[in-house]
Design a protein around this ligand. Structure first.
Ligand code: ADP
Ligand code: MG
Length: 360
């Protein structure tokens, strides 16, 4: 197992491209610690696969270095990096049986027969491929083939890391949950460094202890699921993570106060901001309380989602979403109150930090 360091990675698929704002990866500095369970989370096209392929060596970055345990591997081919990768769609040998497919990565490296049997049996048990072990891969369903692919990624014990690129896309939803739980368990037991790419927040938050959120070729935040919920570093994180996402509202800052029409919130101190910065107030619906007093709102829609209700309101012309806990009633004359714990100030999309207890 190993630590992976990406420093100043940039990537353009078109070598003639000089506009860095359009690069597939714009500026990535990221460490993956030894034995960590990471999720790489972001919408389609944000650069997740590119980043994974740069780690495994399938793509050579336009700029920057990749290090594994401190050794620069940027110019090494995939097979010299000792990394297992599971792709979105099955990559297996159709003419081999399921068992032979799983044995292959080990045979290739001269592992002893006893060890091959032990490892392959383990992976077969984990993926539930037992009944299919003797069948040729050709006849399997897409779902079954992907399990073989997943097994091939997990069969080696000597790898530096296992990379998964949306591995459960073609897997049946019911089996998905089980496989994800098993992967997580395997990660815990083995202490393998795993990086799991997904665009699904539930998948990311259940798999990883550390979630790397990507947006337009950049890493915008790395944190625990709790960090991403409580302190979104970028408005994108607030909006992308959470259901529904964070309310992002235009605001003004006057001295040490954040203002939104008649609403005013005290900041710890007057922040130093670029005069041209776009200022926004972020508050998750969980921190918007409906009350009899506060800022008056009109209620546009109420969605019952089982455990609680999502209340879509309009406040001073702006859409504001609130979550109404179970058993709470809508006030007759609706107003909203923002819980100060959950109110954040953003300048040009980035959260303004008030840490250290006093003005810098
Ligand atoms: P994700 O995996 O997050 O969906 P990708 O890493 O596949 O994102 O893609 C990032 C960006 O790079 C996208 O704009 C995509 O269109 C572009 N891209 C990906 N692969 C290639 C390629 N082989 N050639 C040219 N552009 C590509
Ligand atoms: Mg992808």
């Amino acid at each position: 197992m190993a630590r992976i360091d990406l420093s100043n990675i940039k990537h353009a698929y078109d070598a003639a491209d000089t506009d860095e704002s359009k690069f597939a990866l714009r500026h990535v500095n990221q460490a993956f610690e030894h034995g960590g369970a990471y999720a790489l989370l972001g919408p389609s096209g944000c650069g997740k696969t590119t980043l994974l392929n740069i780690i495994s060596g399938l793509v050579h970055p336009t700029h920057g270095r990749v290090r594994i345990d401190g050794n620069d591997v940027t110019d090494l081919p995939t097979e010299k990096r000792n990394i297992a990768q599971v792709f979105q769609f099955p990559v297996i040998y159709d003419t081999m049986t399921v068992r032979q497919n799983l044995e292959f990565p080990l045979r290739n490296r001269g592992v002893s027969s006893a060890d091959i049997k032990r490892r392959v049996d383990h992976v077969i048990a984990m993926t539930g491929l037992g009944p299919l072990a003797k069948l040729r891969a050709r006849g399997l369903s897409a779902d079954e083939k992907q399990k073989v692919s997943l097994g091939r990624g997990l069969v080696r014990e000597d790898v530096s890391a296992v990379l998964f690129d949306e591995p459960l896309t073609v897997i049946d939803p019911e089996v998905k949950w089980t496989l994800r739980t098993q992967l997580r368990e395997l990660q815990r037991q083995s202490g393998m460094t795993m990086i799991y790419v997904t665009h699904d927040q539930t998948e990311a938050l259940t798999f990883a202890s550390s979630v790397v959120v990507m947006h337009e070729g950049q890493v915008v935040q790395v944190g625990t699921p709790k960090d991403l919920f409580e302190r979104p570093a970028h408005t994108f994180v607030g909006y992308f993570i959470g259901s529904p996402g964070m309310n992002v509202l235009p605001t003004k800052v006057e001295g040490a106060n954040m203002k939104l029409g008649e609403y005013s919130a005290a900041l710890p101190w007057a922040p130093r901001l670029k005069p041209t910065a776009k200022l926004e107030l972020g508050v998750r619906p969980e921190f918007v309380k409906l009350a009899g007093e506060g800022i008056p709102v009109s209620i546009e829609r109420v969605e019952d989602v089982g455990r609680h209700r999502i209340v879509r309101t309009r406040m001073q012309g702006l859409a504001v979403t609130a979550i109404l806990p179970e058993r709470e009633e809508l006030p007759a004359s609706p107003h909203v109150v923002f819980d100060p714990e959950g109110v954040h100030l953003y300048a040009d999309g980035w959260r303004v930090e008030f840490t250290g207890g006093r003005a810098p």
